[in-house]
Design a binder for this molecule. Structure first.
Ligand SMILES: Nc1ncnc2c1ncn2[C@@H]1O[C@H](COP(=O)(O)OP(=O)(O)OP(=O)(O)O)[C@@H](O)[C@H]1O
Ligand SMILES: [Mg+2]
Length: 646
């Protein structure tokens, strides 16, 4: 009897006869995944006869194939990439099924061929393995199994979820596939050889907690903590494959990066970095942590009615210029409305949102389609600024986005408050300097008035009196009485009073200071000391002309220090130096006299009427300068002072 048993019974080609003789099961599958040729070994493995298997879909021949097997087979046909190591069972055996594309030969129908080997010895599909598999399947960790050649043979559901790919797109590809674009923790590319599982396969070494970034199936970067373990079959030496397990640490990493970026910004704030530089950096931080965002910070005008850009490093300059002076109001785009409402406004689609009705054209013309804005409330309750995030497509914020915005608001608040405090300090400093200048000016005017009075009045009267006495003296001499002696005494007294009054006039308002500056005035002061006391003097003065109030302050300071040396020191040498460097004037007055106990001189209870040094140091301090004095009894005295000059 002739029975038609198409392929199994009638090997027609050399290839088929070889296939008949190999010990592994082989079958050809057509485009519908039905078996069209079957060799004897496969029939034996499945426990069915060859002809019984013909025309039967592969999924019915084997049990235990994963549910996505048809999809996977079709992918083999489409991509012409084999999928190796699928697990299956038939006839009570554990089988390994490798799925290969058919050679691309003209006229050959669509299909593939499978190679089936008996792995019962290795993979006893007993109850414990089944349990093990179900544990792996339900693990939150992603698990990928890799065979000895580096092909991915299996993965669990978590691996699909974490990598955002289907099992089908993963199994049958090679580990270290370039599409993952792996990067190291510092963001530099990680060559495939450096992936822990690839290394484990090569060296047999396990790896633990290696952090790598991968480009997930949806194009986003995921950060993984990877562990890899070599798989060794009992009794066999080398690694038969690798089990790669991993957890998604993207959120943890993002939080860490955010925290360190926050820290860097707070350091900038603490270091008194100018507000605009801090806000520029803040905008970049926001852009770095909210995918696709372009960030701007707007200042609210003092009366709370207008907005002015403070920072927007990635926003078009033209757009920033156009929104400068934008108004605050109930329907004033995202920023104006956020300031008006004193709460964040998330406009998901600028084109459709009524808040943007009046301004949408401007934003859309710059490719801006969504805008979220969060106001920055200052401690006095006013809205100081608002932080805006723009997107090139309509977009609603995620929880993570909102966290970034909140963080940005709190940093901006801190930076703005610090800036305000600094500004208040600058203002009070300006006022103090102003008051001091006015005080010194008033003092100088008063001195000028007294000097003028002395000159115009007292000195004239004294000089007039001298002339009268001279006249009386001549008359008395002629009459030859004893009057001349008394008159001569009176004349000497009056003459020395005139001298002292003249000197007082010059001390009160040295005309040289006004006309020729510190160099001449201080030179004259020291010359006077040399003449009066017979001591050596050395004067080094290297300063240009300064403002009248500063010159006056410096002169008064030197004057008091020189006066002290003259009065108290019994010095043989007196040195004065004035130098300007780096926007400061540095002065020094040194004598080689008796020296004194500074602590005692400062003690108000004993030195109540001695105000010279205290007044000097207070005046310098008021002008933003400093004063110090070094002295020890018997060792002379050195006074130093510094003063900002502009
Ligand atoms: N160059 C100096 N050598 C020695 N002793 C000094 C010197 N300068 C100051 N002293 C001591 O310090 C004290 C305080 O000086 P300060 O200039 O404050 O007051 P005064 O000169 O005594 O009085 P005033 O300056 O108010 O006229 C002096 O009384 C003196 O004992
Ligand atoms: Mg004094």
């Amino acid at each position: 009897m002739h029975r038609h048993t198409p392929a199994a019974a009638a090997p027609v080609t050399l290839l088929e006869s070889i296939l008949e003789s190999v010990p592994v099961g082989c079958a050809l599958l057509d485009g519908d995944l039905r078996l069209t040729r079957v060799n004897a070994a496969l029939a034996a493995l499945t426990g069915r006869s060859g002809w019984e298997l013909l025309g039967v879909p592969v999924t019915e021949v084997f049990s235990g194939l994963s549910a996505d097997t048809p999809g996977m087979c079709r992918r083999v046909m489409r991509t012409r990439t084999p999928v190796l190591g699928m697990f299956a069972a038939a006839g009570g055996r554990a089988l390994r099924v490798d799925c290969h594309p058919l050679p691309e030969t003209e006229g050959l129908p669509d299909g593939l061929w499978i190679v089936v080997s008996d792995t019962t010895a290795h993979h006893e599909l007993d109850a414990s393995e089944a349990r093990y598999r179900s544990v792996v399947a339900s693990m939150a960790e992603g698990v990928i199994l890799v065979d000895a050649e580096g092909w991915i043979t299996a993965c669990n559901a978590s691996a699909e979820r974490i990598l955002r790919v289907d099992r089908e797109a993963l199994v049958g590809t090679r580990l270290g596939d370039a599409r993952w674009k792996a990067v190291r923790e510092d963001g530099t590319p990680a060559p495939p050889d450096e992936l822990p599982a690839v290394d484990t396969l090569r060296t047999g070494r396990a790896h633990d907690d290696v952090v790598r970034g991968l480009r997930a199936g949806d194009g986003r970067m995921v950060w993984l903590s990877l562990n890899s373990q070599p798989l060794r079959a009992p009794g066999e030496g080398g690694a038969q494959g690798v089990a790669l397990s991993f957890t998604d640490v993207t959120e943890r990493r993002t939080a860490e990066r955010l925290a360190s970026a926050e820290m860097r910004l707070l350091e900038m704030v603490a270091a008194e970095t100018p507000l605009e530089a801090v806000l520029r950096r803040l905008a970049l931080l926001v852009e770095d942590h909210c995918r696709g965002a372009v960030c701007g910070v707007m200042r609210v005008s003092e009366d709370g009615s207008l907005l002015h850009p403070l920072a927007g490093p990635s926003l078009p300059a033209e757009y920033l210029a156009a929104i400068d002076g934008a108004t605050v109001g109930a329907r004033a785009g995202s920023c104006g409305t956020a300031v008006h409402r004193r709460e964040p406004v998330y406009v998901v689609d600028i084109a459709a949102d009524p808040l943007w009705a009046a301004f949408a054209g401007l934003a859309l013309s710059h490719g801006l389609h969504a805008c979220w804005s969060a106001p920055v409330l200052a401690s006095d309750g006013s809205v100081a600024a608002t932080i805006a995030l723009y997107f090139s497509e309509p977009r609603a914020p995620s929880d993570a986005d909102i966290r970034v915005v909140e963080l940005a608001v709190s940093i901006a608040r801190l930076a703005i408050e610090r800036e305000r405090a600094r500004e208040a300090l600058r203002e009070s400093e300006r006022q103090r300097v102003d008051v001091l200048a006015r005080m010194l000016r008033a003092e100088d005017e008063e001195r000028a008035r007294i000097a003028a009075d002395l000159h115009d009045d007292t000195i004239q009267v004294l000089a007039g009196s001298l002339i009268s006495i001279d006249r009386v003296l001549r008359a008395a001499r002629a009459s030859g009485t004893g009057v001349p002696t008394a008159l001569t005494d009176a004349r000497v007294l009056l003459s020395s009073t005139l001298d002292r009054t003249r000197r007082l006039m010059f001390e009160i308002r040295p005309p040289l200071l006004e006309s020729h500056g510190l160099g001449h005035a201080v030179g004259e002061l020291l010359d006077q000391a040399r003449r009066d006391m017979g001591i050596q003097v050395a004067v080094t003065i290297d300063v240009a002309r300064l403002s009248p109030s500063t010159e006056s302050l410096v002169y008064r300071t030197v004057q008091e220090l020189v006066a002290n040396a003259r009065k108290h020191a019994r010095a043989t040498r007196l040195e004065v130096s004035l130098r300007s460097a780096g926007g400061r004037l540095e002065g020094r007055v040194r004598d080689d006299g008796t020296g004194f106990d500074i602590a005692r001189a400062r003690d108000r209870s004993v030195m109540r009427l001695h105000l010279g040094l205290e007044a000097v140091s207070e005046r310098l301090r008021l002008a933003g300068g400093d004063f110090s004095i070094e002295s020890r009894p018997g060792e002379g005295t050195t006074a130093r002072f510094g003063l900002p000059i502009s």
